[in-house]
Write a protein that binds this ligand. Structure first.
Ligand SMILES: Nc1nc2c(ncn2[C@@H]2O[C@H](COP(=O)(O)OP(=O)(O)O)[C@@H](O)[C@H]2O)c(=O)[nH]1
Ligand SMILES: [Mg+2]
Length: 389
């Protein structure tokens, strides 16, 4: 880990320097404003201290980046080396500080939510072999047993499983599953004359930025709406670049915010927009700090809607752990990505039932803006029931 400190006049300057010297994979560990003393106070320009880091070349992730390493070596002398400090420790405290920063960014939005555990085990279900057969049928499609039993319980109130009418039972199960899928809530515009603000949360790598770009592209190109993009994902240089590229291609303005306080200003700048889409850094959902990450961000917003983005390639157990880590969110919409890579779709129903939150979009590939569709209940049912592993 190479850690370097930069004294710059603004974040833009810092980003350029870090990108040139440490490369695209550098991460920003900390930023803080420093008061300039002595002679310099004359100029009254704020000085920002930015600490950035990059893994040493030995680590595998650096192996195929020879050019960037050279840049690091030749341009080093300009900035202060921190490597003499315990880098691990430095990393820890700075990451914590960044979490506190992020935390500053989300509070009004989030209140403790009563986790709706709809799937209480179905009581008093008569265990017939027919029923076991259909529970297995649903389990093979990755529907959780408790939910499968619930569905069968309802089916049995309407028809007898012994009816020897397989298709009728299947159709009845489909009707109930469709009912469980509930209402779909995509992007909507509730208050005219005021931007609708949407924030994308979720683990790293699930496709938040790509999905945001797909939605932004559709809103601009198809619906002719005015969009503003904000990214709070300044943890990795490459993350900002990724969204910047989309914003340039789409001709949509992008504001990069480095701390909670800047969000208000960014939102104000976009006050004439129809929609404002906010990208965030994914954090490990195992991090206990997750809630505090977003507390401060929430504080600045009074009407932000959240898309909780999850990949369909994630196991039920992991998805559950993800939603549990976001249980401080009052409300959100479920957005599933990578349906193209999934082998079964039962988790869509499982997660819907466990969270009670509306489904929104599905993404079905890497291509922007094509590979996204509004969640369609008929299709989900078809995916769940007719696609077998
Ligand atoms: N196969 C597939 N890949 C996707 C999909 N959505 C995003 N990706 C890919 O997943 C990777 C991570 O996406 P990114 O948007 O950077 O994730 P983020 O870290 O959550 O912002 C990229 O390579 C995307 O192209 C999808 O629906 N299907
Ligand atoms: Mg991203």
């Amino acid at each position: 880990m190479k850690v370097k400190r930069y004294l710059v006049k603004d974040m833009n300057e810092a980003m350029i320097k870090i990108k040139n010297e440490l490369g695209m994979d550098a991460v920003i560990l900390n930023t803080r404003k420093i008061k300039s003393g002595g002679l310099f106070k004359f100029f009254k320009k704020p000085v920002i201290e930015v600490v950035a880091a990059i893994d040493e070349p030995i680590t595998t992730s650096r192996v195929n980046r020879p050019q960037e390493q050279q840049v690091v070596q030749t341009q080093q002398p300009k900035s202060v080396e921190f490597s003499s400090l315990d880098p691990e420790k430095k990393m820890d405290t700075t990451i914590n500080m960044e979490m506190v920063e992020l935390k500053k960014m989300v509070q009004l939005l989030i209140e403790k939510v009563d986790h709706i555990e709809h799937q209480t085990p179905a009581a008093e279900v008569t265990q017939t072999s027919q029923e076991d057969f259909y529970v297995d049928f649903l389990k093979q499609r990755d529907i959780q047993e408790s939910i499968a039993k619930k569905i069968l319980e309802i089916v049995q109130r309407q028809i007898s499983l012994n009816e020897k009418n397989h298709d009728t039972v299947i159709n009845a199960m489909k009707v109930i599953a469709r009912e469980y899928l509930g209402d779909i809530k995509t992007i909507d515009r509730d208050i005219q004359g005021k931007p609708s603000v949407y924030m994308f949360l979720g683990p790293t790598g699930v496709g938040k930025t790509t999905t945001l770009a797909k939605i932004a592209a559709r809103l601009t190109l198809v619906d002719n709406k005015k969009i503003g993009l904000i990214t709070a994902d300044t943890y990795r240089i490459a993350a900002v670049e990724q969204l910047k590229t989309y914003s340039e291609i789409l001709g949509i303005p992008l504001e990069v915010i480095y701390e909670a306080g800047e969000l208000e200003e960014a939102l104000y700048k976009f006050r004439d927009k129809d929609y404002i889409l906010i990208d965030t850094a994914g954090r490990s959902h195992k991090s206990k700090e997750l809630k505090s990450d977003y507390d401060e961000l929430i504080k600045f917003l009074d009407s932000v809607k959240v898309f909780l983005v999850m990949s369909m390639t994630t196991s039920y157990k992991d998805m559950k752990s993800i939603i549990e880590s976001y249980d401080f969110l009052d409300d959100y919409r479920l957005l599933f990505t990578k349906l193209d890579e999934a082998t079964s779709y039962g988790n869509i129903l499982n997660l819907k039932v466990v969270t009670g939150k509306p489904l929104s979009y599905f993404t079905i590939g890497q291509s922007v803006p094509d590979d996204i569709e509004e969640a369609d209940k008929e299709k989900i049912i078809q995916y769940i029931f007719d696609v077998q592993k």
